[in-house]
Design a protein around this ligand. Structure first.
Ligand SMILES: Cc1ncc(COP(=O)(O)O)c(C=O)c1O
Length: 463
């Protein structure tokens, strides 16, 4: 995040933010009161600590959500481009998921037994993403943990390599970044006494030479990466990087884990299928069961065979065959499987992706129009149904460029302004996601609000 002290305009940006946060408090009295009450019983104010990070100063309390809209307890309506930071990418209360969930709730939710829906789900995951064998988990974090554990089991190596600026959930090994040339805890994650250098390697995204060097020691079990980075602003992948990544990891005997938890918004087969990526393990989660907690990971034939040698499928003579050390009593439960089937069969369909991507293009083009008309040193990145506005002249190539160029103060101001004007974006950076129910009118609302934000900051002289 840019250092506000070095910004000659920061006082003015700060003043504008004070004004927006005051406006937010004035117009959201019930959410403000609920937030104060929540602090009495929740460690960080709300049921999850993430909920405290909204730029208005406190979160809105949701009254209901449908399609691409959320209404709060103060009676405001929002166009939701945050969509639960991707968990709501199917839209809120999608009919097919609701129907499947209701049916399954009446037939038992969690039995530690497979249901026949799982047969359809497994075949469909293979059809979409190409990997033959799947496991369901309760979250993407858990899917990543499982994938890492398998990589360590079959390689006998301990280290996990990630790219600076990454986020893969509550996976300790990935909580590292490079800042001022030094390796430390990722932006804003507090140290916890664990020596992450003992279990992690971190290099800059798109840096083939650094990757080659980091894998040359022969101690890296896996590379864990998104196909392009979506958690530090959007960092596009450089030409040739994936080919090199695949070639080096194969040559060094390192497992390649592609985390599609966010980039699943690229299309029906995520980013992997249309770009011909060849992960050893593919991970996803969040939206995959329409908002019911779920994660998935799929493994290649080779990984499966290596794993089966260590942990056989079933030993008919031993009632309790060796287990994998991967958690998840509720994983793959009947409710999750039923809703995942509904998502894959009826919601995240090719036709709906077309709609979502068309609206994303609309949003990106109109934001570009405003940026260009005002000659602002900002840019918009779009990949499938996901777009990002960044206050930098061009897309960053790696985490270091984000650290050097990011305008955290302006981002917070924009987000507070959005909240006051009925727009929600993920609180961590300015990322927009479409769901099948997002309409051109929703996009126009953003265009109008973003245009007025630019007028505000220009007339205040802060850009
Ligand atoms: C790429 C990626 N992987 C994994 C996760 C973890 O997801 P969850 O918190 O749902 O476990 C996230 C969360 O933001 C993510 O962005």
């Amino acid at each position: 995040m840019a250092d506000a002290k070095k910004d000659p305009h920061s006082a003015t940006v700060g003043d504008l933010l004070d004004r927006e946060q005051q406006r937010f408090r004035d117009t959201h009295p019930r959410s403000a009161a609920a937030w104060e009450a929540g602090k009495q019983h929740f460690l960080y104010g709300g049921p999850s600590h993430w909920m405290r990070r909204w730029a208005g100063g406190f979160p809105i309390y949701a009254a209901s959500a449908r399609g691409a809209h959320i209404s709060d307890i103060d009676g405001h309506d929002y166009v939701d481009f945050a969509l639960g930071d991707t968990g709501g990418m199917c839209g809120h209360a999608p009919e097919a998921v609701t129907r499947a969930a209701l049916r399954q709730l009446q037939n038992g939710t969690t039995m530690m037994l497979p249901t026949e829906d799982s047969l359809w789900v497994g075949a469909e995951l293979t059809r979409r993403f190409g990997l033959p064998y799947w496991t369901l988990t309760t979250s993407a974090t858990d899917a990543n943990r499982g994938a890492i554990r398998i990589a360590r089991m079959i390689t006998g190596r301990d280290k996990v390599l990630v790219f600076s600026g990454c986020y893969h959930g509550g996976v300790e090994e990935a909580h590292v970044e490079i800042r001022d040339g030094k390796i430390g805890m990722r932006n804003m994650i507090h140290p916890n006494g664990v020596d992450h250098s003992a279990v992690s390697r971190v290099v800059e995204f798109n840096d083939i030479a650094a990757l080659e060097e980091a894998l040359s020691h022969g101690d890296v079990a896996c590379v864990l990466t998104e196909p392009l980075m979506t958690n530090f602003g959007m960092i596009p992948v450089a030409e040739g990087f994936h080919t090199a990544l695949r070639e080096i990891t194969r040559r060094r005997g390192t497992v390649l884990i592609i985390d599609e938890t966010h980039t699943i918004s690229s299309g029906p087969g995520g980013y992997t299928a249309p770009h011909g990526l060849e992960p050893d393990i593919l991970v996803a989660g969040k939206a995959i069961a329409g908002g019911i907690p779920a994660g998935i990971f799929g493994v290649s034939q080779e990984i499966a065979e290596r794993l089966w040698k260590l942990v056989p499928m079933v030993n008919p003579r031993v009632r309790q065959s060796a287990h994998l050390g991967i958690g998840g009593t509720l994983a793959g439960n009947a409710l999750t499987v039923a809703t995942m089937r509904a998502v894959l069969e009826e919601v995240l369909t090719p036709a709906n992706f077309e709609l979502m991507i068309a609206n994303t293009t609309r949003l990106a083009e109109s934001a570009w129009g405003i940026i260009r008309a005002n000659k602002l040193p900002w840019h918009v990145t779009q990949v499938g149904a996901r777009a990002e506005i960044m206050f930098m002249p061009k897309p960053p190539c790696n985490g270091a460029e984000v650290i050097a160029g990011r305008r955290g103060d302006l981002e917070t101001l924009l987000h507070a302004f959005y909240m006051n004007e009925g727009i929600l974006v993920t609180p961590f950076h300015t990322m927009f996601l479409m769901c099948p129910a997002t309409s051109p009118a929703d996009v126009y609302r953003h265009t109008d609000v973003f245009g007025r934000f630019v007028d505000l900051v220009r007339s205040a002289g802060v850009v």
